[in-house]
Design a protein around this ligand. Sequence first.
Ligand code: FAD
Length: 549
Amino acid sequence: MAKYVIVGGVAGGAGTAARLRRLDEKADIIMFERGEYISYANCGLPYYSGNVITERSRLFVMTPEKFKQSLNVEARVLSEVVSINRKEKSVHIKNLKDNTEYDERYDTLILSPGASPIKPPIPGIDNPSIMSLRSVTDIDNIKEKIDNPATKRAVVVGGGFIGLEMAENLKERGLEVSVVEALEQVMNVIDYDLAAEVQQHMRSKGVNLYLKDGVSAFEKHGSLITVRLASGTLIDTDLVILSIGVRPDTAFAREAGIELAKNGAIKVDQYFTTNDKNIRAVGDAIEYTSPLTKSALTVPLAGPANKQARLCADNIVNGNKRPYGGTIATSIAKIFDLTIASTGLTEKSLRKAELPFREAVTHAGSHAGYYPGSKQMTLKVLYHPTTGKVWGAQAVGYVGVDKRIDVISALIGKEGTVHDLAEFEQAYAPPFSSAKDPTNMVGFIGENVLDGLSDTITWEEAAEKKAAGAFMLDVRSPEEFALGKIEGALNIAHTDLRNRLAEVPKDKEVVINCAIGLRGYLAERTLRQNGFTKVYNLTGGFKTWEVAM
Ligand code: FAD
């Protein structure tokens, strides 16, 4: 009878335990969890603080008792695995209830210890009103603080998805909320031009944003905290949520000689095996090879952790037959009324990996414009400039963002191209989509570039060309032009362009913009077929320019 010991009782740990039992009825399975609870909904915690999830019990997917009854897995909570004896194939456990210690032998050890919030050595950071969010106990403490009528203000440090979800929920609870982010944008999983839309939205909801500014100190004045920023700005608050990222929780593995990456993540092969063949690892704490960049990657997301758990158990019980292909880090968040989602690589990650790319941006309706309720979304796709292989996509909008990103995620998983996007066949009726879905539209843009019909440029490239003296041509209607324009642009509506070609210089670079890129493309084709060669269409049009500049 095999004996499996698991460290960590939430996403990866509980998932592995459950699958192991389904595959091996006779095995002895013990799961150790340092905290009080197993298999809880960490992704739901921000919504519990905001009273969106009202019943605390809904956060618990499983209890140790239910785990025993339904899966015959012994889940021991408040039990920390403090060391591993690889030679003896045993772990040393500290029972946090009574402080007793003991050893437990294993045949295979599975590590899913997750990642813990980073707490940098900023002066004053040990104030109890400065809180991080990882577990149910953390959210209980945060909620108690919010429920106190004396708590009127909160500062969230870190503009990642957990930080912003917390900002939304704190705001919905009536607090004055500020977000401090050291980078120039929130949500680093999308690029600046899309993040700018999120920032606009958050400001419109009354959240104060401090971007490109870090915390230099937390100063205590009675129950009040003054957050001192590097810029000298001071923010008084009653509560601080620290959400500046996570670090693999792997100190005990390091001491046992398990090979770790620089960031502390456990290095595993395609079968989740560590440098010890009897020890496997899954979840937020592992590093593996990115299928896109081929470089090392750690992705702290629940979807990958759960799927890795299932595969890991399969490979343990059935021999290493199902290699893991890695994750492309598809993620999504709701921030107030907006949905923000991304998959694959961003501009930043492509640059870092030194991979060539082009981008296609569209601002398209979530469904046919003539059917009520259509909302505009921004969809951006990054693709290889010659093969058209899609590297990544990101979208911001109100409705239908999730399905577009999921479709493109599936396509990236199959190494699809912009041609595949152009031909992608979606379910269509006016309440759901358009006959040419936004995913098709970005495919068309990319395909036109690859076919030499169009030369799109980004808002940054357009700004560079403008500074270098390019002729800026705005082909929207005069009414649209009057409402806002790129400084120095000449307005010739695309419907007039054929009659006014003489006004466009042939010896200069011409940068065309319309509202979103479509009429710009029509104008570009008119110019090109009339002998203009140095013509560029601003992808995403004035809408992208206006938000990003
Ligand atoms: P965890 O779920 O963190 O579980 C690890 C467990 O191991 C912990 O409970 C820890 O106590 C225990 N442990 C660690 N060391 C030891 C030890 N030595 N002995 C015993 N036990 C130990 N992901 C998404 O994809 N979408 C979301 O919307 C989303 N929202 C999130 C919101 C919040 C507030 C948080 C905190 C995370 C969110 N995530 C989300 C991330 C997601 O929860 C994680 O990716 C996922 O839980 C990782 O699973 P894991 O098993 O690797 O680690």
